[in-house]
Design a binder for this molecule. Sequence first.
Ligand code: DGL
Length: 276
Amino acid sequence: MSAPIGAFDSGLGGLTVIRALRERLPAERIVYIGDTAHVPYGGRPAEEIQAFSLAITRYLVETHSAKAIVVPCNTATSAAVPLLREVFPHLPIIGTEPGVKPAARATRTGVVGVLATVGTLNGDRMAQLVSTFAEGVTVLKQPCPRWVELVEAGKFDTPETEDAVRDCVGPLLSRNADVLVLGCTHFPALTPLIARVAGAGVTIIDTTEAVVRRVTDVVPAAPPGSVGGLTLYATGTDIERFASGADYLLGAGNSIPPVGIGELRTFGGYRGIVLN
Ligand code: DGL
């Protein structure tokens, strides 16, 4: 069996990227960990996220022989990817960053809004992205911690979620933003709702496709004839909720079978449940 790609996020959000990765690279095996015992990552100190990210990456490398690590999490990328690259210098590690560069190119009003976690918005990498790619553009930073909670709760399109989307998007629109950057991998799960609230004329940017392209560029492909697959772990106890959110985000109706709840395992100090 060929070596898998390892991936992790705080919970369900990263599956928005995994879905696209599976569609593009169906022969790859992917082992994904939703660190639901610690979700949300967004308000945590960087040191804590580094500790979680290191433990998970070690597990993916040592137990699953992962040939690369994808971090479909803007917050963990900002806090921990530089450290992961130091600790695992020979391992391809692909992070996820807010699409500030395409947003700065797309805006006509000169105002863009970045929707992300507090950790991502306050991180050094965000400051670098703005100073490198958005000179002369007003970049409004909008934290939306409630959106992460709602996605984790499976409330993808409810009146409560619509209110939460309005609360974050409204202030950006009233300051004339015409581009919204989804700087958290949980947020593409709400794209139809965000688009409805923002209305025509507002461009929504997410970096899912950019991450998939980067993976196809730098990760050695599975040998010909390989059979792909997806193994999901969740570290938290509310496994039914994780499984049903995963079914929704992985896209019922595409070629991916629904996840089933499988065996309980322990790994790297975590108790996890293997799905599918
Ligand atoms: N999905 C994550 C991100 O892209 C983390 C959200 C959270 O746990 O706060 O930032």
